[in-house]
Design a protein around this ligand. Sequence first.
Ligand SMILES: Cc1ncc(COP(=O)(O)O)c(C=O)c1O
Length: 383
Amino acid sequence: MQDLTPGPAARARFPIFEHTTYANSCSQGALSLDVRRAYEEYLAGWDEHGAEWEHWVQRAEAARSAFARLVGAAAEEIAVTTSVSQAVSALVSALPLERGRNRIVISEFEFPTVGQIAHAQELRGAEIVHVRPASDGRIPLELFAEAIDEHTALVCCTAISYRTGYRLDVPGVARLARESGALVLADSYQAAGAVPLDVRALGVDLLTAGTVKYLLASAGLAFMYVRCDLHERLLPTQTGWFADEDIFRMDISDYSPSDTARRFDSGTPPVPNIYAGIAGMGIVESAGVGAIEAHVAGLVDRLLAGLAEVDAHVATPTGSGELGPLVCVTSSDPDALVRALAGERIVTSSRDANLRISLHLYNVEEDVDRIVDALSRHRHLLT
Ligand SMILES: Cc1ncc(COP(=O)(O)O)c(C=O)c1O
């Protein structure tokens, strides 16, 4: 077994670091030797055996179990989907949105897909309530409390904001939702693989994430946790044959979905992405999410100290428990700053008026120092 201790040992599995300082895991995790090999294995099996359907379906189940372990759930509580969008669309299709309980509360930090899917439900009579952050970039629980009431069917919150890196008090939001009899969904795409997630400790009913970012794989694979006692109650009308109680019965006489979270699956599973996803999640599991979080927290501290020295304004709230792997810095021209850094082979990204710097198990102190050095040279693009 490879040594995947966060830092230099893990970094050796990611060839990009031979020539580039990669700090863009919030957008796409770096490619590892393991994920490349997983794709090759998929192609070799296809080439050798033709249609390996039995094996491919087993791989989908292995991915379901791997994600379940990452979030402290049972495999029966996990849906395998091609995107968070597909998962959330299936979920909202299962909400009755009956009179008196037709509100969907969304935070302003939701990824566009969640906000857009919520607003699409207006066509079915839903009312969408936005929870906007305070001027300091935080969303205190009081703001959720004002928005959630006995008319709320679903509360959508985001564990870590893709826009600012702000880490929300998800257990607090879940508590408020529960008190009002509403379901709570925590979109944890920016958290999975970077910070420990335990669905029971979070108290959420639903949780989504995909493999593109800190789970270190590629596009086309996502998951949704659905708490076991909700399966019977939530009957999705957006569905597909892989959600059926007996996939291979090929029965078109009725709708009889699985009695597990698999009822939120859809069509043919995304087999190549599943190979990659298992490899990516395998790295995270072997390294240990707790060890990754601790390693990255050390790098983030160093980054914040460096940013203070170059007088950069940090947009991410930095209170206790508010930081994850993503630190955002305000810029007068974030796109120009991303380009300037790219010119020095430092890969970052931007959202709104912010430069996004995100760190993962493969980053080391020298990466942080290179980024801070480069920012001091491009100080004119900071605000
Ligand atoms: C918080 C969050 N949610 C969802 C997504 C993507 O969703 P989907 O899998 O539907 O593309 C992203 C991707 O950038 C994200 O950052």
